[in-house]
Ligand binder design. Structure first.
Ligand code: HEM
Ligand SMILES: *[C@@H]1O[C@H](CO)[C@@H](O)[C@H](O)[C@H]1NC(C)=O
Ligand SMILES: *[C@@H]1O[C@H](CO)[C@@H](O)[C@H](O)[C@H]1NC(C)=O
Ligand SMILES: *[C@@H]1O[C@H](CO)[C@@H](O)[C@H](O)[C@H]1NC(C)=O
Ligand SMILES: *[C@@H]1O[C@H](CO)[C@@H](O)[C@H](O)[C@H]1NC(C)=O
Ligand SMILES: *[C@@H]1O[C@H](CO)[C@@H](O)[C@H](O)[C@H]1NC(C)=O
Ligand SMILES: *[C@@H]1O[C@H](CO)[C@@H](O)[C@H](O)[C@H]1NC(C)=O
Length: 325
């Protein structure tokens, strides 16, 4: 081997940093069946809750953006924990905690004390996408669980649906994710639901103008106004993707091209003049394979955000609590 090659490998390992600590085979001897155990519980849950796959994908995202993918979002209030579940983007919105507990119980029954709650969220996200018609991949594993939560971090780091594209891009950049990651991962809004409160300002009084968001398709605007009347319940739910609400496909991107993005943050990817995101939306809309490939790469990138590994953190026995508390 040439010195240059050795040097390159060493440099790659150094730059790889925390990323290289996770591995697709982390549980191959200690819990070889973990993915099928997780899959079985999710398939069961889907029987009575067609939304659960979307909800589980979102949990992994909201975990990873706050101090890394460390299971912190799962912790309830206790003497040492102020729960992230009360953060603005999470409160009365993130869901699926009961299914995560069922997964944890099933995993503990086969391999006690081995699989972290943070890894359960990563596996559940992958399985949820695959079961919904999306791509499949080997999630990288070996994360450990935090003993802390960060309510303020959840309020700061998670992007708002009312933010500008540059603001959202900055929040992704802050955790090492680029513009392609932003567009690919926003494709997660190809399934699941949102409450009227997450977008109704676009329907009546966009940014204080007293008028609807001019980028909204007028037919879609009328439909959304029916679903979310001005003085109606802010908790009414609507599908992100009106055409295939529970399927993981590239329709999200053709919806944006038709000005049928549900959230302001969705439509901005296509309607911000001059933005570098536009050509990526067009490419994912015309080529689902390209979207799926990028989505997998970006899910791995997101899953690599500062994991606890080695002897850091712990393997929680109950995802809701720090061990011994
Ligand atoms: C780009 C910035 C993002 C913003 C501003 C954003 C915002 C939101 C909002 C406001 C909702 C609806 C919440 C509610 O009304 O209760 C939502 C739902 C959802 N988000 Fe995002 N999100 C973003 C990125 C992502 C990413 C990166 C993923 C995953 C890869 C994701 C996956 C989901 C899913 C699947 C749902 C539906 C969940 C369900 O039905 O339970 N989002 N998001
Ligand atoms: C793994 O799980 C699947 C599905 O539940 C089951 O069919 C299989 O026998 C399991 N394999 C092992 C090694 O436990
Ligand atoms: C968690 O504790 C905080 C105070 O530390 C409190 O304001 C909040 O309501 C609690 N949340 C829940 C869900 O009990
Ligand atoms: C995004 O906007 C909010 C509110 O306008 C601001 O407080 C925050 O600092 C901005 N974040 C970034 C990363 O630009
Ligand atoms: C909604 O409520 C406001 C104030 O309560 C009222 O002025 C307005 O007319 C109502 N709008 C509709 C469409 O009912
Ligand atoms: C509005 O949406 C419909 C279908 O949902 C589409 O056919 C039409 O081209 C869209 N109009 C605009 C201006 O994007
Ligand atoms: C679609 O994207 C894939 C993956 O990037 C690429 O290999 C393929 O050539 C693309 N297909 C077309 C028709 O452009």
């Amino acid at each position: 081997m040439s010195l240059l090659l050795v040097g390159t490998i060493v440099l790659t390992l150094l730059i790889g940093g925390s990323n290289s600590q996770l591995s697709a085979t982390f549980y191959s001897t200690t819990c070889p069946n973990v993915t099928s155990i997780v899959s079985n519980v999710i398939q069961q849950a889907l029987q009575s809750d067609t939304r659960i796959a979307a909800s589980l994908l979102r949990l992994h995202f909201h975990d990873c953006f706050v101090d890394g993918c460390d299971g912190s979002i799962l912790l309830d209030n206790s003497s040492t924990i102020v729960t992230e579940k009360d953060a603005g983007p999470n409160s009365n919105s993130v869901r699926g905690f009961g299914v995560v507990d069922n997964i944890k119980t099933a995993v503990e029954n086969s391999c006690a004390g081995v699989v972290s709650c943070a890894d359960i969220l990563a596996i559940a996200a992958q399985v949820s996408v695959t079961l919904s018609g999306g791509p499949t991949w080997n999630a990288l594993l070996g994360r450990r669980d935090s003993t802390t939560a960060n309510l303020a971090g959840a309020n700061t780091n998670l992007p708002s649906p009312f933010a500008s594209l540059s603001n959202i891009t900055a929040k992704f950049s802050a955790v090492g994710l680029d513009t392609t990651d932003l567009v690919a991962l926003s494709g997660g809004h190809t399934f699941g639901r949102a409450k009227c409160s997450s977008f109704s300002s676009r329907l009546y009084n966009f940014s204080g103008t007293g008028s609807p968001d001019p980028t909204l398709n007028s037919t879609y605007l009328a439909t959304l106004q029916q679903t979310c009347p001005q003085n109606g319940s802010s908790n009414t739910l609507t599908n992100f993707d009106p055409t295939t609400p529970d399927t993981f496909d590239s329709n999200y991107f053709s919806n944006l091209q038709n000005n049928n993005g549900l959230l302001q943050s969705d439509q901005e990817l296509f309607s911000t003049s001059g933005a570098s995101t536009i050509s990526i939306v067009n490419s994912f809309s015309s080529n689902q394979t390209a979207f799926f490939q990028s989505f997998v790469t970006s899910m791995i990138n997101m899953g690599n955000i500062s994991p606890l590994t080695g002897t850091n953190g712990q393997i929680r026995s109950d995802c809701k609590k720090v061990n011994g508390s």
